[in-house]
Design a protein around this ligand. Structure first.
Ligand SMILES: *Cc1c(COP(=O)(O)O)cnc(C)c1O
Length: 422
């Protein structure tokens, strides 16, 4: 059963009414359903159950340590893109042997920390990064396991900001240069080539782009084998989409079913797949709870001013993303077309535009749905707004898994130079 449901006109998360959370914790706050998080993780992981694989959760989608701990308990690994994410994954208890490290701008210190933690492998994005990894590994007296990130030049048919596998993208090396890249890597003393990585984009709602990418990659793996370069780990990245409005993305089982025949020979030869799902696991497992402050007239629509803004949830402003908005208490009132906007001093600060909503009034609670991925993780302190609290619901109880920031938190780490103190 869906974890976010109306019971007698009130919206609940699992066995807790959202109004109770708002009363106790305040708004804005993020609310996650543990049941849904686990169910989504298992749905993905079980879909590939018959195949040798690691489900490495993409930490950037939601990096709260309590949530990462759930996935650690489920046997998940992590896909990290910074030293900070590595720190979070380790703090949450994720097995380092199931952590992969991607990102175009890895720094020597981050590489060093990841080697010391003995992560599974680096997903290398450039020649110079490869050289640096070799050098840092030599200094630490270690071998760095690497996969090279290959850009298969596939259009994932998604928003340009989250398309990462096109020729013009900054990620990885083009599939045409990949062979030469591998030859260089295989000659480095402190680098062990173990894998191949490809991540073509996010919020992908069709199977085609994944399959096209895999077909191209399998040809490359063949060429590599002819040169005695053996790919043991094939990391196919993340990117599976979710339903925000009316999208119909494939179920992970459909992806598994379509991939299996293509990958069978390689898997039988001893290969292990890695997946880096983010959005598909956490996206629909969380919502953003906000309170209506004011309703004011406006053109073409009235404005509903709420206490959550683009600093809390930037997706509508950044990608023109759609998030369903539901009243926490359903009342018998007329519907109205409105713009739902935040308190930030930017015209781009909105959560919904031209949306049909039951007539709102101050003090009313709204739930911004599908906010579990790239919600809190992209939050900022813009306009000196403390970041929202995060709450985990577990059946009939709930826990604050990140307290609301205080004003003190806002200036922590800032200093007035002595010369200005006079
Ligand atoms: C963002 C990202 C992911 C996760 O993408 P989702 O669309 O959330 O599944 C996985 N791998 C890499 C390298 C990424 O950059």
């Amino acid at each position: 059963m869906h974890a976010f449901q109306y019971r007698r006109q009130a919206l609940w998360c699992e066995e807790v009414p959202l109004s109770r959370i708002a009363r106790t914790v305040g708004t804005p706050c993020y609310v996650y359903s543990e049941r849904t998080l686990r169910r989504h993780f298992r749905a993905f992981d079980d879909a590939f159950g018959a195949l040798s694989h690691i489900t490495a959760f993409a930490v950037k989608a939601n990096s709260n340590v309590a949530i990462l701990r759930l996935f650690a308990q489920e046997g998940g690994g992590a896909d990290v893109v910074s030293g900070g994410e590595l720190y979070r994954a380790l703090a949450a208890g994720i097995d380092p042997g199931r952590i992969v490290f991607a990102g175009v701008g890895k720094q020597a210190k981050e590489i060093h920390d990841a080697l010391q933690a003995r992560i599974l492998m680096f997903n290398v994005e450039s020649h110079q990064e490869l050289e640096l990894i070799d050098k840092v590994a030599r200094h630490c007296g270690r071998q760095a396991r690497v996969a090279l990130r290959v850009n298969p030049d596939i259009n994932p048919q998604t928003h340009p900001y989250i398309s990462t596998g096109l020729k013009k993208s900054k990620f990885g090396v083009s599939i045409r240069e990949a062979l030469a890249f591998y030859r260089v890597a295989s000659r480095l003393r402190h680098v062990e080539v173990v894998g191949l990585h490809s991540h073509i984009g996010s919020q992908i709602t069709q199977l085609g782009p994944f399959l096209d990418a895999v077909k191209k990659i399998l040809r490359l793996i063949e060429q590599l084998r002819a040169e005695w370069i053996n790919i043991r780990y094939l990391d196919l990245g993340g990117g599976l989409g979710i339903t925000y409005k009316s999208e119909t993305p494939p179920h992970p089982r459909a992806l598994a079913k379509a991939l299996t025949p293509l990958l069978k020979p390689w898997l039988l030869a001893g290969g292990t797949l890695i997946f880096e799902p983010g959005r598909v696991i956490v996206g629909n497992a969380g919502l953003l709870l906000t309170e209506v402050l004011y309703v004011k007239s406006g053109h073409p629509h009235p404005f509903v001013v709420v206490d959550a803004g683009m600093n809390d949830l930037i997706r509508p402003s950044l990608y023109d993303a759609y998030h369903q908005i539901l009243p926490v208490a359903r009342r018998r009132v007329r519907a109205q077309t409105v713009d739902v906007v935040g308190p930030i001093c930017e015209s781009g600060d909105f959560l919904a535009k031209g949306r049909r909503l039951p007539q709102s009034r101050p003090g009313e609670l709204l739930a911004v749905m599908s906010a579990g991925a790239y919600g809190f993780a992209m939050a900022s302190n813009y306009n000196a707004r403390p970041r929202a609290a995060e709450v985990l619901v577990q059946g009939g109880s709930f826990t604050v898994i990140r307290r609301r920031e205080s004003y003190g938190d806002l200036i922590r780490g800032e200093f007035i130079p002595p010369s200005l103190k006079k």
